[in-house]
Write a protein that binds this ligand. Structure first.
Ligand code: FAD
Length: 398
């Protein structure tokens, strides 16, 4: 590559396909996502028609193969989708992420040809709303201590347990999501994963988590598995492979969650810059005040640094293989805090108006907090990163 073309490489839209996707996202977000965002947050309602429109545009299957109705793109494209949606409606974006990454991309990598052919076209179109069930009422970070079991029963399994905080667990108070990847214990130390579809006897919607702090446009629920009989064909991969599958999926999960924080930071920055140009105090625009400048400049520098880390990690992630765990953890650790700080700074710069719903930053501020908890808490990232770096000190050589 010549020096000129190397310098021209755009980390955030490296190919014409990525540039086209960015354009599609800009239009979709402006025309379809933004006008509904505030109302769905207030009503705590998941927008199913909007979800289906995202499917029509190829946004739900961006990482899936074209033969399964996907767009056949990469981790960078997945980051672009989650970042753009989160500039407007992080709650809706979280539902898309749970469906497209935690569920569909999981099946794409860990499923058989038959499972892919059955699940992925329905996931890519948005006909199905899917999710992933790892967390339980008494087990979150310590996920390998899960209590849900899948006991051998003839040539199949009996799945028993309760999962909680499941995004897309339902699509409304009465209606279960359509299909889930469920992790369960198949031996004292062995975890396996299973596909469980709505309508399977014994599978039901438990408590809906209403009145959430943020991400209110996504539906969070408890799911109950009461001796659900599953055929061997419901298992993803081999028995006992669940932990490895979980780790594989967590990399792209954390990366795309980090991308959501980038979207939140970007919108917060744009809002505070516009406001600082327009609002006057003491006879000058508030951009003239040093303390306001600090909020804007620090937020910009942090967002720019986090964005470079997220996209650089995306560029190196080979979907479906482990290998970028350290950078994916680092990206989410940094970006989640940058997103929350930027939303907080935006409220401060807007003063009383920032506290009101009209400017959206109060919603972004509430949504931003989840990204320090879901998909791994800040403390889990501290623990994982330190363990990995101390095991392999060469990772900190430049
Ligand atoms: C809105 C929302 C959507 C979600 N969607 C999903 C989903 O779709 N699917 C799914 O499976 N889960 C989902 N989750 C669950 C989420 O991933 C968990 O909440 C998260 O992993 C933390 O688990 P926990 O809540 O049980 O907290 P705990 O693990 O009980 O942690 C409580 C506190 O203790 C700290 N802690 C725990 N262990 C350690 C340790 N070893 N060292 C230091 N500190 C520690 C934690 O960091 C935290 O501060 C969702 C959660 C929310 C709130």
């Amino acid at each position: 590559m010549s020096e000129r073309s190397w310098r021209e490489l755009d980390l955030f839209a490296p190919t014409p396909e990525h540039a086209l996707l960015a354009e599609t996202l800009r239009e979709f977000v402006t025309r379809e996502v933004e006008p509904q965002a505030q109302a769905h947050d207030r009503a705590e309602r998941f927008n199913v028609p909007l979800f289906r429109k995202a499917g029509e545009l190829g946004l739900l299957g961006v990482t899936l193969a074209e033969e399964h109705g996907g767009s056949g793109m990469d981790a960078t494209a997945a980051v672009q989708v989650m970042e753009a949606l989160s500039t407007s409606d992080p709650g809706f974006a979280l539902s898309v992420l749970a469906h497209a990454i935690l569920f569909a991309q999981n099946v794409n990598v860990n499923g058989s040809d038959a499972q892919r052919a059955h699940v992925l076209p329905r996931a890519a179109s948005g006909e199905w709303v899917g999710g992933m069930c790892m967390t339980e009422p008494s087990v979150g970070t310590d996920v390998l201590a899960m209590r849900t079991t899948a006991r051998r029963d003839g040539d199949g399994y009996l799945l028993a347990g309760t999962k909680t905080f499941i995004t897309n667990g339902g699509i409304d108070d009465q209606t279960l999501g359509d299909c889930f990847v469920v992790y369960a214990r198949t031996g004292e130390r062995a975890i396996s994963s299973f596909l469980v579809e709505k309508g399977t006897p014994g599978f039901s919607l438990g408590q809906k988590w209403s009145d959430k702090l943020g991400m209110r446009a996504s539906f969070t629920a408890e799911l109950v598995f009461d001796d659900v009989r599953l055929p061997p064909s419901a298992r993803l991969g081999e028995e006992g492979e669940g932990t490895l599958q979980m780790m594989r999926n967590l990399e792209v999960e954390r990366l795309t969650l980090a991308a959501m924080s980038l979207g939140i930071a970007q919108r917060s920055l744009a809002t505070m810059v516009d406001y600082a140009n327009e609002r006057q105090s003491f006879g000058v625009p508030i951009r003239e005040h040093g303390q306001v400048q600090r909020y804007i400049a620090e937020s910009f520098a942090e967002w720019r640094a986090a964005r470079s880390l997220v996209y650089d990690t995306a560029r190196r992630i080979d979907l479906g293989r482990t290998g970028q765990r350290v950078d994916a953890d680092a990206a989410k650790l940094v970006a989640s805090q940058v997103g929350k700080r930027a939303a907080d700074a935006a409220i401060q710069v807007l003063g009383g108006y920032g506290y009101m719903g009209e400017y959206a930053v109060e919603r972004l501020w509430r949504d931003a907090k989840l990204l320090e908890i879901g998909g791994g808490t800040l403390e889990a990232h501290h623990k994982n990163l330190t363990k990995d770096l101390c095991r392999d000190p060469s990772l900190v050589q430049g």
